[in-house]
Design a protein. Sequence first.
Lengths: 201, 201
Amino acid sequence: MVLRETSQKERILHAAAELFARHGYHGVGMSQLEKAVGLQRGALYHHIGNKEALLYEISVSQLRVMVESAQKISAAFSDEEERIRALARAILRNIAEHRLEWTVHYRDFNALTGERLRDVLDLRAQYERAWLDAFHTGTAKGLFRSMADDVAFKGILGMFNYSYVWMDQSGRVSTDTIADMFCDIILSGIRPPQAVGGSSA
Amino acid sequence: MVLRETSQKERILHAAAELFARHGYHGVGMSQLEKAVGLQRGALYHHIGNKEALLYEISVSQLRVMVESAQKISAAFSDEEERIRALARAILRNIAEHRLEWTVHYRDFNALTGERLRDVLDLRAQYERAWLDAFHTGTAKGLFRSMADDVAFKGILGMFNYSYVWMDQSGRVSTDTIADMFCDIILSGIRPPQAVGGSSA
């Protein structure tokens, strides 16, 4: 039975993500991969090119999904707090569903070179920009107090990004609940001290 | 000229941390390490044992420093907000100074096995407990609102732990300023809504 081209490729990507997440990108040889997917080197190269191309596909797949999702969210929510809450739910949901891919991404995307590395860094910057826009616009509107440095937002993003380390799909609380909890902390944490609620212009 | 035993070992650990941080633990061979430190395998084994022992030493060295620091801070500050601020400054300072070691730690400590892995996990738990104690005691005293789940604190710790990714020693703002900024966000974020300042009850 011949698998369709795409599902064959998906199967290879998943097996590679599992191996890379467990042993690290540099710790996995092509022969290990051949064995895991039951394909010979020629067939493997046909589907995915070389090992770095595989790391690239894994590192970039969910990041692309998140960039697209962030753009939709930015367009859909004009209220900055709502926008941040939606971005938070989307990323935690995705990390819980694709923990392997994010583990590979965060641990090893730096092993990429040239065009591929530039592409990943560019997508990461695009994704971060959606969050930064929400924070900056919210600050300009007086919803949030102004921060001494954008590094504050790096830290906030870290709360979400780093979750691939401890995220447990079978966890006691849903990712939406976690996202809401994080946002409750962050949003009350960055609100100007005088704003106790209600709309003061 | 013969280097003292300890400085020889420190030199090896630093070279290994640099190589592991760049290529990943699994991506570095013993021969690469021999070349980097200018020692033959026999001498290398004499100083550090095998490659996993090296990963263990690197993963554990700053974590041990932080566990000790956290215990001192916990004993020194009875006020929970002050304690959290001190823990925050200490970890960010240490990550900035030992970014290589933390990169290796976070990326590859899972490659450790048996006793060594248990030891690292135990130290991590001890370190986290210092933070959790501050949050839990502060909550019990009514300084902080109670959280639906301890996962909230995982996220807060993630703000700090994940900083090894973006931390830049030559950054525009000092690590103390960053720690204070993060704490301003977190502490106002977890304060009970009615507490606008001043001592009630």
